[in-house]
Design a protein around this ligand. Structure first.
Ligand SMILES: Cc1ncc(COP(=O)(O)O)c(C=O)c1O
Length: 382
C-alpha cells in the first residue's frame, strides 16, 4: 500500500498531520466543557441512576424501539429552554446537520452558507444536492447580492450559519439574517453548538443574545456535547417541521438513538445551567481575563465575548511546534490547522472553562511565557 505511505508523508510535509493525545496526565485547556457540567456531582448521580434502570445502549433507532421517557423528557426540556415549540434528538451534531440540511434543501433548491461554517454543515450542503453559494464570513451584503441574483431561480432557499463560529468565537448577526430570510423567503438554519449554554444572559442561545423571539422560518440545531457537557444533539423548530424531520432526516431514521442515561445526564445539566445562571456570566468574564493576560504576554488572541479564544499563529509549522512544546510541559492545547481553518490561519484554540482553578491558569500562563524554542517576538500580529 504505497499510496498510503505517500499520502501520510504528504500530510506530514505540510505540517497537517494529526494525532490524538491521551489527556489524563495533561491539563486540558481546549475542551468545550465551558460550564464544567460534564462531571457535576448531580449529573453523575442522575446518569448512574438512569444507567441502573435502563442499562447502557438504547437498543434501536427512535422509530423502532429506541424512544424512551428519557428521550421525550430531554426533548421537552430542550424546547422549553430554547423557547421553540418542538425538538428532536440526534446522535451527534454532525448527524443532526447531515440529516437536517439535506431534508430541508435538495435538487432545485438554494443554500446560502457562511464561509466559516462548521465542517458538518459543509458536508451536509454537499450531501443535499442543492445549489450551494458560500458568502464571505459574516459578509451579509454579499449574501444579499447573491440572494438578489439567484433566489428567483430556485424553489426553496435555506440560509445556514453557525451562531457562534467554532474556531473564531465570533457571533452571527441574527437581526440581519432574519431580515434576509424574510425578504427573500428563505428558511434560516442556525447551528447553536457553541451558543447553547453561552449566548444570552441565561445561555439560551442567539435569540436571547439579540433579545428576539424564535420565528417559524427558523430551524435551531444545537449540541449536547459542548456547554451541556454530554453527548448528542438536537434540532428545534415548529411541530410540523419536527414531524417532517422524523420522516425525512436519514441520520435520525437510520441511526440508533442516544443512550437513555446520556439523555438524563444532559437534562440534569440543563437544569443546573438554568438554576445557576451565574455560570454563563462567569465563563465570559473568565474568557475576558484570559484574553487580557495572553495579550499582555504578547500573543495575538481573538476575543468576541465567548469562551473561544484562538491564539493566532498563522503558520501551520509554528502552531504544531508550539502545541508540542506545551505538551512537553503538560499542557493540552491542540493546534488547529487546515482544513478545520483556512490555510495560513493556523492557531491554538484555547477555551475558557469553569473547570480551571487559579493554579491551572497560572500554570498555563507560565507555560506560555517560558516556551523554549519559539520567541514571542516571532509571532505575527495582525
Ligand atoms: C459548530 C459545530 N457544529 C457541529 C458540531 C458537531 O457536533 P458533534 O461534536 O456533536 O458531532 C460541532 C462540534 O464539533 C461544531 O463546533
Amino acid at each position: 500500500m504505497q499510496w498510503l505511505e505517500e499520502e501520510l508523508r504528504r500530510i506530514q510535509e505540510q505540517h497537517l498531520f494529526r494525532k490524538r493525545k491521551l489527556r489524563e496526565s495533561l491539563k486540558d485547556f481546549c475542551s468545550n466543557d465551558y460550564l464544567a457540567l460534564r462531571d457535576h456531582p448531580e449529573v453523575k448521580e442522575e446518569v448512574i441512576k438512569t444507567l441502573k434502570d435502563y442499562g447502557l445502549g438504547s437498543g434501536a433507532s427512535a422509530l423502532v424501539s429506541g424512544y424512551t421517557k428519557q428521550h421525550k423528557a430531554l426533548e421537552e426540556k430542550l424546547s422549553s429552554f430554547k423557547e421553540v415549540p418542538s425538538c428532536l434528538l440526534f446522535g451527534s451534531g454532525y448527524l443532526a446537520n447531515i440529516g437536517t440540511i439535506p431534508a430541508l434543501a435538495s435538487e432545485g433548491d438554494l443554500i446560502l452558507s457562511d464561509q466559516l461554517n462548521h465542517a458538518s454543515i459543509i458536508d451536509a450542503c454537499r450531501l443535499s444536492k442543492a445549489k450551494v453559494l458560500v458568502f464571505p464570513h459574516l459578509d451579509y451584503q454579499n449574501a444579499e447580492e447573491l440572494l438578489k441574483e439567484n433566489r428567483k431561480h430556485y424553489r426553496r432557499c435555506l440560509i445556514v450559519s453557525d451562531s457562534v463560529f467554532s474556531m473564531d468565537g465570533d457571533v452571527a448577526h441574527l437581526p440581519t439574517l432574519l431580515r434576509l430570510a424574510d425578504e427573500y423567503d428563505c428558511m434560516l438554519f442556525l447551528d447553536e453548538a457553541h451558543a447553547t449554554g453561552i449566548l444570552g444572559q441565561r445561555g439560551k442561545g442567539i435569540f436571547e443574545e439579540f433579545n428576539l423571539k424564535w420565528q417559524e422560518r427558523v430551524i435551531l440545531m444545537g449540541t449536547l456535547s459542548k456547554a451541556v457537557g454530554s453527548y448528542g444533539a438536537f434540532v428545534c423548530s415548529s411541530e410540523k417541521l419536527i414531524e417532517y424531520l422524523i420522516n425525512k432526516a436519514r441520520s435520525f431514521i437510520f441511526s440508533t438513538s442516544l443512550p437513555p442515561a446520556i439523555c438524563a445526564g444532559a437534562k440534569k445539566a440543563i437544569e443546573i445551567a438554568e438554576r445557576e445562571p451565574w455560570r454563563v456570566q462567569r465563563v465570559k468574564n473568565l474568557a475576558e481575563s484570559i484574553y487580557k493576560e495572553l495579550s499582555k504576554i504578547g500573543f495575538s488572541v481573538k476575543f468576541h465575548h465567548t469562551p473561544i479564544l484562538p491564539i493566532m499563529l498563522y503558520s501551520e509549522e509554528k502552531a504544531i511546534s508550539l502545541s508540542e512544546a506545551l505538551f512537553e510541559k503538560g499542557v493540552l492545547l491542540q493546534a488547529i490547522r487546515y482544513p478545520t481553518v483556512p490555510k495560513g490561519e493556523a492557531r491554538l484554540r484555547l477555551t475558557a472553562s469553569l473547570r480551571y482553578t487559579e493554579e491551572d491558569l497560572e500554570f498555563l500562563y507560565t507555560s506560555l511565557k517560558t516556551l523554549p524554542h519559539l520567541p514571542l517576538t516571532s509571532l505575527p500580529f495582525p
